[in-house]
Structures are given as C-alpha cells and as structure tokens.
Design a protein around this ligand. Sequence first.
Ligand code: SF4
Ligand code: SF4
Ligand code: SF4
Ligand code: FES
Length: 932
Amino acid sequence: MRSKSDTDLGTPVGADAPAVTVTIDGASVTVPAGTSVMRAAALAGHKIPKLCATDSLEPFGSCRLCLVEIDGARGYPASCTTPVRDAMVVRTQSEALARLRRGVMELYISDHPLDCLTCPANGNCELQEMAGVVGLREVRYGYQGENHLASPKDESSPFFTFDPSRCIVCSRCVRACEEVQGTFALTIDGRGFGSTVVASQREPFAHSECVACGACVQSCPTAALTENSVIAMGQAERSVVTTCGYCGVGCSFKAEMKGSSVVRMAPNQNGSANHGHACVKGRFAWGYATHPDRVKRPMIRARIDEPWREVSWDEAIAYAARELRRIQTSYGRDAVGGITSSRCTNEETYLVQKLVRAAFGNNNVDTCARVCHSPTGYGLKLAFGTSATTQDFDSVRHADVIMIIGANPTEGHPVFGSALKRRIREGAKLIVIDPRQIEIVKLPHVAASYHLKLRPGANVAVINAIAHVVMTEGLADLNFVRERCGARDFAIWRGFILEPRNSPEAVEPMTGVPAANLRAAARLYASAPNAAIYYGLGVTEHSQGSTMVLGMANLAMATGNIGRPGVGVNPLRGQNNVQGSCDMGSFPHELPGYRHISDAQVRSAFEREWRVTIDPEPGLRIPNMMDAALDGSFKGIYIQGEDPVQSEPDSGHVTDALRKMECVVLQDIFLNETAKFAHVILPGSSFLEKDGTFTNSERRISRVRKVMEPLAGFADWQITCRLSAALGYPMAYAHPSQIMDEIARLTPTFAGVSYAKLDRLGSVQWPCNDAAPEGTATMHVGRFVGGMGKFTITEYIPTEERTSARFPLILTTGRILTQYNVGSQTRRTTNASLHPEDLLEIHPHDAEQRGIRDGAWLDVRSRKGATRLRARVSPRMQPGVVYTTFHHPESQTNLLTTDLSDWATNCPEYKVTAVEVVPLAKLEDYEHERRP
Ligand code: SF4
Ligand code: SF4
Ligand code: SF4
Ligand code: FES
C-alpha cells in the first residue's frame, strides 16, 4: 500500500501528444490525447472508483469497478483502459453505474475476511475505501460459499507477509514486479476462482527470484501484501519526506512515523530520482538506526590498550581539542588532519573541511571518495570542465544504446538498475564491459547484445580499441568534434588512436576480448542516435582509473554523445553523498566547488567569510597522512563517519599508521574497526536524526529531514561546531539551512540553492544559479562547461600487479544487492540474514584444478597478506579471475589488496590483486598470516 498522502491519478502520464478537451460530469478538462478517461477525470477533480488501476502501472482493466458512460459508446467502458478523444462526453456517476459497481464489490467482499478492525491495512485499504465509495450495504451472496479465507499465509520473507485470503487478484503486484522492478518473480496461477498470486514456481517468496524491492507490497490495494513492520506496529500517524542514506541513487522516501518510531519507509512517488521505487536496503534496512550497538555516550582513553571511559560531551570535546592542539604545538601545525564522510550531509562535510582549514590551519583533509571516484573528478574535469555526471537518471529513457562499464547497477544502484532494465525492455541495446557476467547481462526480457568479458586491468586497452574502430571505420561525428572540441588536442589524439597497436586485433591478447565482438560493440555504440555510458568502480579503482575516465570522455566526444538527453558519461556513485562530499571541498587541494586552493581570488572569498588566513598549499591525502604517521610527522586525526581500517587498501599499513598516532578522534554511530585505534569516540547520528542535504549521482541535491532526535544528543554538524569552538574557532549555526546559505554564498554552482527552494521544488541538480535557477539536468548543452572539449592521449599501461606462478589468479571485488559497503549498517538489519558471509566466486575450471568444492573454506593469499573465505563455484567468472564482496569485517579483503593506485589521484587499485587460492582441508589447519 502506498503512502496515504500520495494522490493516485489511476493511470500513468501518457506520451507527449496534442491536447484534447473532454467533458466529464459537465466539467471541461484539457489533457494530452491518449490520456485515460480515469486520469482525465481525476485531473478534473472526479474520482472514479478503482481497484486494479494505479498511476505507477500501465492500466490492466480487470476489476470492472471503474466503468463509466460515454456518449456514443456502447455499454459501460472501463475508464482506466479507455483513452480520451476530443469532445468526448463522459459521466462517472449514474444509477446504472452505481448498481454495477456495487455488484462488483459484493463479489469481492463475499470472498474477503470481514475483520477490518484487526486488519493491518485498516484505515489505509483501497478495498475498504471503495466499499464505502460505492455505498455497499449488503452482500447478497452471503459469506458461506466457496472462498479463499483459509488460505495459509506466506511469512517466508523477513520483510513482508503474503496473506492470500485478502488477495483480490488485481495483478497490481505482478505488474509492479514486471514493470517497475523488472524481476518477473510473480504470476497469477490458475484460472477463474482458482486464480492466485504465486512467486516463481509456486515457491515461498524468500526462496523465489524475488529481490525484496517491495514494489509489489506498495502496489497492493489490500492487506494481502503488507510490510511486517506495519503488521507489528499498525498504520503510521505522520510522514516526513527525506532521502535514503545508502547509495548514490538518492531515492526520496516518506518516513512514516508513529511517535518517534519509523513504521515503514515508503518511496516518494514525487521523488525525481526514484519516481516511487526503492530497493531492499532503502525500503527495509533502516533498523540499524536504533540498533543496540549504537554508541550513545562519548568515550575517551589515553592509550588504545586502555579500556574506554564514558564521559560527558563537554569532557570528550575538551579532551579531543586539547590533544589536537597539544600535537600541533609539539609537532607542528601540519601534524593533524581530518577525514570527511560521504555518508554525512553536505553541510556536515562542509563543516569538517572548514574546521581543518580554519581551525587546524592546514589543508590536511580528504574523503573516502579518494578510494572510489576521485579519477572521475579528475578525468571529467579535464575533458569537459566539471567533475560530475553529464546527465540526470531520466536521461536513460532516451538512450538507444547503453554501455555499462565496470558497474553492476542491478545490485549496486538497484533503482536505477530497474530504470535501465525498463529501457532495455523497450528496445534499447545493451553493451556490458565487465570481467564477470553481472546480472544484467542476462535477465528475463533483458539481454546484452555484447558482453566484453575483459581481463581485470585491461579497461584502457578496450576503450582505446573501441575508439580505434570508430575512427578507422568513419563512425565519428566530426561535425560535433569540429564545433565543440579543441582541434589541436583532437588531431594529436586522432594520430594516437589510429595507430595499429590500438586495434581490437592488437589488444585481444591483453584484454581477452575477441576482436570481432569488440568491433561489433563499437559499431553498435557509434551508430546509435543516442548512446550513453554508465560506469562504476570497475573503471576508477585501477592504476589507470583516470586514464579510463578520459578514454570514455574521448569516445563520447568523438561520437557526439554529449550534451542532450539519452547520451553522456555517467559515473554511478557508490555512497549516498559521495558526490556531495567532493563538491564540498573534501580534497586537500580544492575548496568547495572544485576550486584549487592555490587560487588567491577564491581563497580570499573564503578568508573574508571565515575570518582566517587559508594555507595556499594543498594538504595531505589519506595515504600521505598514513605515510606521514609512520614517519612520525602526523600524529592526530578527526574522522567523521568513516572506517579507514576497513575501507582503505593495505589495511595492515593503515593500522600501523593509526597505532602510531597520539590522538585519533572518531565520530561514528557504531564502534567500527577504526575505533580499535581511537582515543576519543564522539557518537554520531544517523540520517534519520538530522536535517541537511545529500547530493546523489546525478548532482541532485535533496533534503534530509530529521524524523527523530539524535540518540546521543547531537547531530554530526553540531558535534563539529562544538569541537571547532573548543579549538578556539567557534562556528555558530542555528540550523543547517544557514550552513547551506554560506555554501551558496561561496560556491558559484550552488549560488541558487536554499532550503526554501528545495522545499518548493523537491530537489535541484547543480549547477543551480542565476543562469539555471531551477538547476541543470543535462550538462554541456551547446558548449562544454570548460569551453571546448579536450581530447587526451590515453596510453594503455598495464598495471604493475601481475600474476605469477605463486599468485596465478586475479582477485576483483564488488557489492551485492542486500548489503552496503563495509556492512556496518546493513549487517545490523534483517538484511544480515540474506548475506551472512562474503564468498569467493571462482570459475569451475579453476576450482577443479585446485580441488575446490562449492562451500569449501579457502586460504586466499596475495603478495600483501592472507585471509579466509568460503568458495562459490560459479560459471559467472572467467577462468583466471576470482571475485568477492567486502561487506563483513571478518573477510578482511583489504589485507590482500596492494598499495598500487591511480597515477593521478591515488585511488587504490582495488580491482586487481594477484592471488592464489588453496582449499583448507580442515578449518583447524588454517594458519592465518594476517597482521596483528
Ligand atoms: S518484492 Fe519486488 S522483486 Fe519481490 S515479488 Fe515484490 S516486486 Fe517482485
Ligand atoms: S496480492 Fe495484492 S496486488 Fe497482488 S493480486 Fe492480490 S490484492 Fe492484488
Ligand atoms: S537504490 Fe540506493 S538510494 Fe534507492 S533505496 Fe536502494 S539504496 Fe536507497
Ligand atoms: S480500475 Fe479499471 S478495471 Fe479496475
């Protein structure tokens, strides 16, 4: 059931079409031709009774409750499936219609439990509402006939319950699973009276293909499909619009509340990023916010081998400030730094970098974006002039060819994954470039035209070869290049890319991609009217991450696929606010809005506002901070909402560095792995406990709204303000809106952003300023932000990480649907039961060679370290490549990863580690070589 406060116009908005005017119950309404009579009536203020129709799904016409009378039409057409035509005259109410509708309702109600008072949907049930609307007073058929009232419930899903006795077989759930989610897990089995909803092959939901997105539950008009939280707690009393705290899709939700408890998270139908859809994480995995593991009291200790001492906020803040200042006095101004969080709000991130620059007096600030999308920032800025995606998500509706590189959208960005699947079902072609057969390569009604199963690390060779085909086969859009791109750079690049060593045939031995397939994929991409690239960490987390981003930009420019809907180069950002944390000046060399710290004019604007002098020299990046700590020159750090021990590569190096620091201040909602090395714990707040904004992958700034008080007393932005005040640099804000006002004053791309505007529009995409007061959906229209597009030579240089006789396999990593990143949130929700451990996927051939059975424990070793994982033998892998997720701390995947990184940005090369895998005959035999 969707949120009570959502209006439902019955059928979706139609395609653009000329307007027609119709008369409905005497009132005129003008709508696009093709609009349903039901929708036109709703727009004219007349609600036609309905059960099988809802405006998130195509009309189906099964319940026959929405009948109307139309002048000149025979009988009583269903208003949901009848399109309007010009001058049509419709009556939605008459005695005959009332009689027919009551008759329909009688049939439904004669086979329905009459326990409305104790039903979980009581007060939010469309069947109940429609019985009232049609004036049902009696059921002539009685209740004793054949019925479904004794049908057993399916309670297998941890998230929702299916009660067939309340099902009216309207097919809304089946259609939601198909149209909205694209999983096709449900069908109506049987005929007539015997019809019933079944999952997969009559399996319990939990064992079916269902991915627990909840779209079916949301679409159900009765209590047949109901969230378990609603069954337990009853209907909500109020709702607050906020933004998901998980991935970079940034879905808008209504947090439905009872007192200060969340009853359910209902996706917002008006959310511009998700249009009313959600995934298993955002919709169901919010329980971590009140998990008993939450840290509720500040704690301090002088040494990391001492026990924690709970103290007051005042004492903890004073201690942290005193220690950080002592370190600066003893070791110098640059001996401390900070790490901002891509899970916190823009305002909170902005304050941490402000604290570092203004209160610490240096630029030693960095963010976890360093380890994911820093090459995106570098590459897109160099090529196009700005460090962000070129499109909005809805752009994909106009794409004819979609190229997915190093991303797994149906698991990592599931709501956008559903939008992709929908577009492919509509006819767009798909090219996947990935070492693994990710889900979208083959799904019901979705199949990639080409899957280029490359060797990990060979991205640049592949993208160069695609561009080589484009240039040698006359597939380039030279008019676009002439008008929009720098001629000299293009000429140099053209000379490079035409070299025979970039041909598909020449690179085939290195990439493992058959030349013919690569040529065919290049032709498909280049000849499409609109071709779009979507990519993820499989592009960036390589030693040539920045080169690959530039390679994709070169390809998009060469084929003219920039600057209109349906095209572009689109990074799929991992965390909820990783785009925002980059925008907010989290890097040591950039002030908010990606302006270099050495720019005196930019610096002086901040200096005037902040009343300090800002160091013109870039500060330390996270890896440099760790190196400096080992050298003894970096001694203190303020970490907000991050877990570098788990998220940074070569975790042994990180723990050694942290151990050498004298004051590690960690602000987080849980005691994560880094807490083991901390001296001060400041309890953080979850996204439900604060006001602010997140910026998603499509540059969309959305409000985060407080629905409950911070469990430990303060929102993260308040804690940073208190720490800054204790350091002698007070930052006084009464509300995060004032922080956003300051950001807008200082950052040209945010100049037009305010909370009032966000409340009015729902969200805006930056740039939002005088030139684009309502934001910018598509960038680089007519002209690149940087002026002329810049082609760059992208020489393929293989990574130094090589396989050898000792380490013959390449390990690559990724995520799964139900878990999020290092798992500290999702492992503390019901989702934990769906992924109790990280597994090592290995091709059957490699498994057989090593005598590995499915489920066997394995010793996984690299040149850096060793860990233990259980095997999943999987033909999805290619021989020579193994894969694991990193959602559980016990897996310690980062003990294996190397210290190699992207040449331009230091983004770690997580995606290529040479390993060997050996089965453990007995678990006891296992001798772990992990560092202490
Ligand atoms: S929860 Fe989602 S995937 Fe599962 S049956 Fe419902 S719509 Fe389909
Ligand atoms: S479960 Fe709900 S949505 Fe699905 S057919 Fe039954 S009543 Fe309709
Ligand atoms: S797709 Fe991402 S933003 Fe949307 S509900 Fe899922 S985790 Fe949250
Ligand atoms: S709402 Fe039109 S037939 Fe059901």
